[in-house]
Design a protein around this ligand. Structure first.
Ligand code: ZN
Length: 280
């Protein structure tokens, strides 16, 4: 999850005239590692896409079995799955899928296994745009699950168009598919191209984040451990950390914008603009 909010470093897009309207009404695939990634990283943009008539499918690679404190793994899987589904509904997602890889272990899953899952999702959902982690925002990324997803989805963008990659998909009725737009997000993008104003849907993003009770309780526990290390007195700690929802809401409300690095038609955006103009 993004714990720090960095200054806006790209051009601010109008949700009416910017990339949201360009994608309006088309299918969109959001690929994440964990249940809370959609809401916390890109929840405002997802809701704006849903509001613009996009069918939004969210693919979650892991089972989030490890993200809790004081619960066993089985309880954690159930709770985090329920909270993921509830948050996705608040964000306006049309459908969700969870692949069930154990959380915090994607770094130990063969890369081509992850890539095949991404290719399969692209060929199944057939999205106009895919939203996922930016493989080039790894500079400030300490989560290997996010890095693995970023790298394997990035390669799936073009391998999903190759007939020599997973020809067995064709036997399952999954045809080759070319994603038109790649929308990358991350903790801190090195070269954002668009900044989406989410102020109109910020309350919805907050509501989605607040559904992740299990993960947010674990976040508070991590903060308390670090505060303990820093020597913060227990009484002060209890006062500051006694209201999970207030802390989570404050964290989400720190930014009314979400940054994206958008690549259109694999870098052939100008070429396609001309093609589309001639088509009209
Ligand atoms: Zn995550």
């Amino acid at each position: 999850m993004p714990l720090d909010t960095d200054p806006i470093s790209g051009p601010i897009s109008d949700p009416i005239s910017g990339p949201i309207s360009r994608v309006s009404g088309r299918p969109v695939l959001v690929v994440v590692a964990h249940g809370d990634d959609p809401a916390l990283f890109i929840g405002g943009t997802i809701r704006l896409l849903a509001n613009s008539g996009c069918a939004v499918h969210i693919l979650r690679f892991t089972d989030d079995a490890t993200d809790s404190h004081g619960l066993d793994a089985a309880q954690t899987v159930v709770r985090n799955s329920q909270e993921f589904e509830a948050a996705a509904e608040i964000l306006g997602a049309t459908s969700t899928e969870s692949l069930g890889f154990v959380s915090d272990t994607l770094g130990n899953v063969p890369r081509l296994v992850l890539r095949e899952a991404a290719i399969r999702a692209i060929r199944s959902v057939r999205p106009f745009a895919v939203l996922t982690f930016d493989p080039y925002s790894v500079l400030f990324e300490d989560n290997q699950d996010h890095i693995r997803i970023a790298q394997e989805v990035d390669e799936a963008f073009w391998t999903s168009m190759f007939d020599k990659h997973h020809p067995e998909h064709a036997h399952e009725g999954l045809a080759l598919h070319g994603v038109a737009e790649r929308w990358y997000f991350g903790r801190r993008l090195l070269e954002p191209t668009d900044v989406v104003d989410i102020s109109g849907v910020l309350d919805i993003k907050v509501a989605a984040a607040l559904t992740h009770v299990t993960m947010m309780d674990n976040l508070l526990h991590q903060l308390s451990l670090m505060a303990h290390t820093a020597g913060v007195p227990t009484a002060v700690l209890q006062q500051k950390l006694n209201n999970r929802d207030v802390l989570v809401e404050a964290m989400v409300r720190r930014s009314t914008h979400e940054e994206l690095r958008i690549v259109r038609f694999a870098g052939f955006g100008d070429f396609f603009d001309e093609l589309l103009e001639e088509t009209v």
